[in-house]
Unconditional design. Structure first.
Length: 202
C-alpha cells in the first residue's frame, strides 16, 4: 500500500477549541456535570475489548463487578454506571451482556460521563449490543470530544478520514488524530505515523 505524503502546516488545536454549541443534549436527556479527572495517569486495562478503552491514554483502573457497584449504579452514580457497563461489556465478574453494557453506558452518558459517551459511540459504530447507527456514533463521540476524550478524538478522526457519518475531511481527521496522539492514545499515534503525520516532540 502506498503511504501518503507527510502532512505539514496542520497545527495542533487546543482541546477546548473543539467545543460544539448545542447539539441536542437536552433531547437525549443528558445533564452536564461529570468531567475527566484533572490529572489522570496512564494505564492499560487488560482484557478490554472496547476499542475506545483498549488504547486509551489517560485513564484509571476500572472498578470490578460487585454488589456495591451495582447498588451505586442503581442510585445514579455516573462513574458506577460506566464501570458496570464495562463489566457487562467485557464479562468481568459477570456474564457478558453487550445490550446491558449499552444500557449502563447510556445512563452514564446522559449524565455527561465522557468515557461512557465514547464507549457508547463505539457501540453504535460497531453494532455492539445495539443496531449500528452512524448518526448516534458521531453524536456520542462529539459529546465525549467536547470534554477532551482521546478515544473520541481518534475515532471521530477515523470517521472523517473514511467519510462515514460525516463528510470526508482529511485535514479534520489529521487534526483530531494529532490531538488524540498528544494525550498518548496509541491508535492515534499509529495512525499519524502510518500516514506520515509529523507529531510535535515536546
Amino acid at each position: 500500500m502506498k503511504r501518503s505524503q507527510p502532512v505539514s502546516g496542520l497545527t495542533m488545536v487546543a482541546i477546548f477549541s473543539m467545543l460544539i454549541p448545542g447539539g441536542g443534549i437536552e433531547a437525549r436527556g443528558e445533564t452536564p456535570g461529570w468531567r475527566l479527572p484533572s490529572k489522570p495517569g496512564p494505564t492499560r486495562v487488560a482484557g478490554d475489548s472496547v476499542g475506545t478503552d483498549k488504547m486509551r491514554g489517560p485513564s484509571y483502573p476500572v472498578e470490578p463487578y460487585s454488589e456495591s457497584l451495582v447498588q451505586r449504579a442503581r442510585q445514579g452514580s455516573a462513574e458506577a454506571e460506566y464501570n458496570l457497563g464495562r463489566c457487562y461489556q467485557n464479562g468481568a465478574g459477570v456474564q457478558a451482556d453487550p445490550a446491558e453494557a449499552v444500557r449502563w453506558y447510556r445512563k452514564a452518558s446522559r449524565q455527561g460521563h465522557a468515557w461512557a459517551q465514547s464507549n457508547l459511540g463505539w457501540c453504535y459504530l460497531t453494532g455492539l449490543g445495539v443496531p449500528p447507527d452512524m448518526d448516534e456514533a458521531v453524536y456520542w463521540y462529539r459529546r465525549a470530544l467536547q470534554q477532551g476524550d482521546a478515544g473520541a478524538q481518534f475515532h471521530l478522526g477515523e470517521l472523517y478520514f473514511q467519510g462515514k457519518g460525516v463528510s470526508r475531511d482529511l485535514e479534520e481527521a489529521v487534526r483530531l488524530w494529532k490531538m488524540s496522539a498528544r494525550q498518548g492514545y496509541q491508535a492515534a499515534i499509529d495512525a499519524c505515523r502510518h500516514h506520515g503525520v509529523v507529531l510535535p516532540t515536546n
